[in-house]
Ligand binder design. Structure first.
Ligand SMILES: [Zn+2]
Length: 238
């Protein structure tokens, strides 16, 4: 391979890495934000369920007390039945007793529903607490890794830039500007291998003459179609 092209390949790797590091400055904070939000969501769900459970327990207690007091009333009215004198009194008492029985019955239905709700919430809370614990542990661990990545971006970038300067110093300016131009136009990939006797970037077939020139590597050859800088990686089966 042409020595300058070899340097450009190294440069391409460095430039790709630098691009990735630059992109990570955007996506790492997003990823971290998502991880933090997941923790808050798990905490909120658990806290909401606990609050609902408290409310349901209070409701259960109130319903139980209400039913007990209505049952005492019922007993009182049923005892009054023994000393009824007139039909009118009897009718009035029966109406009252029926009313109380209906209230007790609907109270009991509501109490059963509330007991079911309490039991469901208790199961939910066990699951939510376990989930919250896992999310917290997992996300805290991941956040630590991502924070370390964030913190190391600056050092990594300077390291890569240092190597980049060394490589750039070995390549003629005109070759370098060709590389930069092709790279910009091709989304970062300027130096590509010949694949199946075609350009590895645009897949346009290359003439046997062109392939011979590329193999000879006496100077840098580019694809007539897309401008990619081509090299032969030694595989005839390509
Ligand atoms: Zn091409």
């Amino acid at each position: 391979m042409h020595p300058h092209l070899e340097m450009l390949m190294k440069l391409q790797v460095i430039d790709y890495d630098l691009g990735e590091l630059e992109r990570s400055k955007d996506y790492l904070p997003d990823m971290m934000e998502n991880l933090r939000r997941e923790v808050v969501e798990a905490e909120t769900k658990l806290a909401d369920a606990r609050k609902q459970l408290e409310e349901a327990k209070v409701k259960q207690k109130n319903l139980e007390l209400g039913i007990k007091s209505k049952e005492a009333d019922l007993q009182k009215y049923q005892q009054q039945m023994m000393s009824i004198k007139t039909n009118k009194e009897y009718d009035a008492l029966v109406t009252q007793i029926d009313g109380i029985k209906a209230t007790i019955s609907s109270g009991e239905t509501e109490l059963l529903e509330t007991i079911d709700l309490v039991s469901k919430l208790e199961t939910d809370i066990t699951e939510l607490a376990e989930k919250e614990k896992q999310v917290k542990e997992n996300n805290t661990r991941q956040l630590k890794i991502l924070q370390e990545k964030m913190d190391s971006i600056g050092t990594k970038v300077s390291g890569k830039q240092e190597i980049r300067r060394e490589i750039v110093a070995t390549v003629p300016r005109s070759t370098l500007s060709t590389y930069e131009r092709v790279r910009r136009g091709k989304g970062g990939r300027a130096v590509v291998a010949v694949k199946k006797r075609a350009c590895g970037a645009c897949f346009k077939s290359l003439t046997p003459k062109k392939i011979q020139e590329i193999k000879r590597a006496d100077r840098i050859r580019s694809c007539d179609n897309c401008g990619a800088l081509l090299y032969w990686d030694g595989e005839e089966s390509n």
